[in-house]
Ligand binder design. Sequence first.
Ligand SMILES: C[S@@+](CC[C@H](N)C(=O)[O-])C[C@H]1O[C@@H](n2cnc3c(N)ncnc32)[C@H](O)[C@@H]1O
Ligand SMILES: O=C(O)C(=O)C[C@]1(C(=O)O)C=C[C@@H](O)C=C1
Length: 243
Amino acid sequence: MNSSQDTIYAQACENISDFQFDEKVAGVFNDMIRRSVPGYGQIIQTLGELAHKYVTPKSHVYDLGCSLGAATLSIRRNIGSRNCTIIAVDNSQSMIERCQENLGAYVSDTPVDLVCGDIRDIKIENASMVVLNFTMQFLAPNDRDALVNKIYKGLKPGGILVLSEKLNFEDSSIQGLLDDLHLDFKRANGYSELEISQKRSSLEHVMKPDTLLQHEMRLKTQGFTHFNLWFQCFNFASMVAIK
Ligand SMILES: C[S@@+](CC[C@H](N)C(=O)[O-])C[C@H]1O[C@@H](n2cnc3c(N)ncnc32)[C@H](O)[C@@H]1O
Ligand SMILES: O=C(O)C(=O)C[C@]1(C(=O)O)C=C[C@@H](O)C=C1
């Protein structure tokens, strides 16, 4: 997947506007997410492995907040000949256009319905796998229970939800430590102090992480009986919940 280098926050800006998944971000997103989220590549690869294990014949797979299609591509590579459909949804037109190009670069017998729309509005049915890879943190906190409820109802018995998120921590010492380690990860990937602080300001009102306990409580309240973390690096994690 080609992408230009992310230099969006490299120049000092007087008024930092709220982060948006617009044309500028879509054009550098592959580079941005790999340099910002520790373990992103590992998570994308594992989504393919989970798909191989959990996706059942003639079922639907949902990639909610699909961006450029990295998760969809990984899943599609691993579920050949099962007569499934992947429904990939994003409400950013710029992401959807690039996603379409990325999907078109590979041959596959699994169709992808690419939907430009809000994940709160789409129907979920006959699903054996649902992926929310760093998307729920951008949804208004009050809308999260209803989304998980809809996913639970749309999953077949034995179906899997994979939920990857940045986490918050109740313990301020742990929050500080894991935040620092994340900032060091960004520095090691070439982001300057200016880029780091300007991006942090732009995300402040837009990205609202929950704690691990909040996620666990929400998933269990909405019906999931099996829940665990399968991956964590610093303050980024990926969880699984099975119906
Ligand atoms: C951090 S990115 C997801 C990365 C992607 N899942 C991946 O694995 O590469 C979050 C995406 O969710 C989308 N998004 C945020 N809120 C949304 C909503 N309510 N409905 C649909 N898409 C949404 C954004 O446009 C953005 O592309
Ligand atoms: O916390 C950060 O600095 C991030 O950049 C995180 C994060 C994410 O978790 O989705 C935020 C926005 C971009 O989508 C890429 C990464």
